[in-house]
Design a protein around this ligand. Sequence first.
Ligand code: GLU
Length: 500
Amino acid sequence: MTGSNVRLRLAPSPTGFLHVATLRLALYNYLFVQQHGGQFILRIEDTDQARTVEGAIEAIYAALEWAGIPLDESPKIGGPYAPYMQSERTPRHQEVARRLVTEGTAYRCFCTKERLTELRESQEKRGLPPQYDRKCRHMTETEVAEELQKGTPHTIRIKMPLEGEIIGEDLLRGKIVFPAKDQDDAILLKTDGFATYHLAAMVDDADMKITHVVRGEEWIPSYPKHIEIIKACGFPMPKFVHTTLILNEDRTKLSKRKGPVAVSNFIEAGYLREALINFLMMVGWTGPETNKELYTMDELLKVFSFDRLTTAPAVFKYEKLDWFNGNYIRSKSPEALEADLVEYLTYMKNIVVTEDAFTIPSIHQTIPRATFRKMVTHAQQKMVKMSEFVPSLDVYFSLAEYNTSLFFNEKMKVDAAMAKTAMAFLLPILEEIQEWSIDSLKETIMAKIAEAGYKNGQILWPMRVALSGLPMSPGAFEMADVLGKEETMQRLQTGLEKLS
Ligand code: GLU
């Protein structure tokens, strides 16, 4: 389908960074738009100037770009309904608010902050929910004119219905019924002249021809206000989807006090975009196939639908994300993983790429491309996050201080004498090898082991220990291949000396 009128928007406030919950919303928006040949819009909701943080907008673009979610319209790209920065739309919000006053669906409220605070405190004391008592809703025209004459600061409030029910339709939750008596006359325009979220978002959504509003369930309590604002303005009613909250494992709301939540934190920690996306999609959404957890973007495009979102709060399990990441790392071709690693290290400003080598400044090493590829292939077996890659290279550049007890391995039938024998056995064989490659190493050594009647582990375990000095490392052949002949011989010699 192309050219449909489906238009969805992401409307983050630039308060610091892009939260993973916002990335999840962006994914829902993007998938739905793609399925319907519609448009995906980014609107920056920066009317709360006090909370606006410098650099936050750039962080939003960077996170979406990293995730591979393209935008059709945004403050940067522009579009037919610009401006896409909410604060620049203030004159339009003010015009609508004034129109509602003129039409009698909204009113000016001259109550002071002090009065409103007193009112709230007395309601709280009596155990009542805080609610504006609608004093100014009953002012006469003359009273209003007098206050305006005096220049008394005022807000503009919506006149909510006083009785009956306000009924919302949520694509995920169905009908949501709100008794009118519980509703407050929400402020549309603040004393500083800026619109509140309630008015600004409804006006902008209508002006930008948004067809579906996908937002967090924390907005459900405000939903009746929005319904009434949209009706008062005479705007078409968009479809609403209120998505579930994301919780920490202790069931508190996912926040940076409990662990990383910014998309940039996950990029820095070395998660692959496929893994983070797949994981986030599985937080609060279930696919049509039970037990299937791994979904590529293409698969998601085929099977995503709003009605498969869960309404129960979804728990964010960092360990599960690691599982996804390890899975994706291992399922990649070495070429693809290398490209991801280079991209990651570039992001971390820890790689210099030249035609035939990669330099890693943090470890002061320049690695020929062919060797780098081998290192990638070896790291791929165990790596959970890409941040583990550079530390995994230490083994090739320096031999760890190790204790000879590492050589002993009951299962492999290696004791001190056997380890020493292995070193002495290997040195002359390796000396003879002319063409140093993993295949020739494997072929020659395995043949000699068979010929001598040893068990493979009796030679290969001590060899691996001598080459790495670590309890765990890439295998003996892999290590020797990367180290090259000279360094391999040197490390075996060191092993022999340690054992003597
Ligand atoms: N600016 C609001 C927020 O960041 C947007 C909510 C919405 O999507 O309407 O929560």
